[in-house]
Every structure is written in C-alpha cells, then in structure tokens.
Design a protein around this ligand. Structure first.
Ligand SMILES: [Zn+2]
Length: 109
C-alpha cells in the first residue's frame, strides 16, 4: 500500500521504516517499510483489509505514477457487500484502472 493517513487524517507516504500510521480503508495501524531493494510501502500490522491485495512492485508503482497522486490507490466500497478495495487508479470520471502484470481470470476482472 502506497498511502496511509496520519493522526491529522492527511494522506502520507512512508518516510522511514517502522513509522506508524492508519489504513485509509479500515483505520487499523499500518507500519512503514522502506528498504533498498523494494520501494517504500505500508503494511497492516494485523490483517490486510483488501481481500484482493497483492504485493506492489516497482513496475506497478511506475504505472501508477503516470497519474496524479489523488487518483492513485483510491479506496472504494463494493455497494453489494460493503467490502473495501483499493483501486490502483481511479480517474475523475469514475473509471477504475487496475495495473496487472500477471495472469488473471476473466471472472476476476
Ligand atoms: Zn486496512
């Protein structure tokens, strides 16, 4: 996860490993990770709340970065079951773009 929220409810990226913030979806505690091999990211301290979550790669982040920050990693709620998911990209007109670099079944799409 690229973004978390701080105690002022501001959307933030990881500044250092071990940093604590909150998941913008479920509001649980997330821990910042910043290494030399992988880019910086947030992980849930307990259970990941997005059942569709997959680890983010630099390839994935580089595609997201073609879009403004406000359009990246947008929290959406499935109106049928109230389950939260993070859209890789959501445009101003509501269109969602999923960045996918591995096989996916048509029913998952
Ligand atoms: Zn969460």
């Amino acid at each position: 996860m690229k973004f978390a929220v701080n105690d002022k409810n501001l959307r933030i990226e990881v500044s250092h490993s071990g940093e604590k913030a909150f998941c913008p979806g479920c509001n649980s505690i997330v821990i910042g990770n910043k290494g030399e091999v992988k880019d910086k990211y947030w992980r849930h301290k307990a259970k990941e709340c997005d059942s569709w979550y997959e680890p983010t790669t630099l390839w994935h982040l580089s595609w997201q970065n073609y879009f403004p920050l406000k359009n990246q990693e947008v929290i959406l709620k499935d109106p049928e079951n109230n389950v939260l998911h993070r859209a890789d990209i959501q445009l101003g007109n509501g269109l969602v773009i999923e960045v996918q670099n591995s096989p996916i079944k048509p029913e998952e799409i």
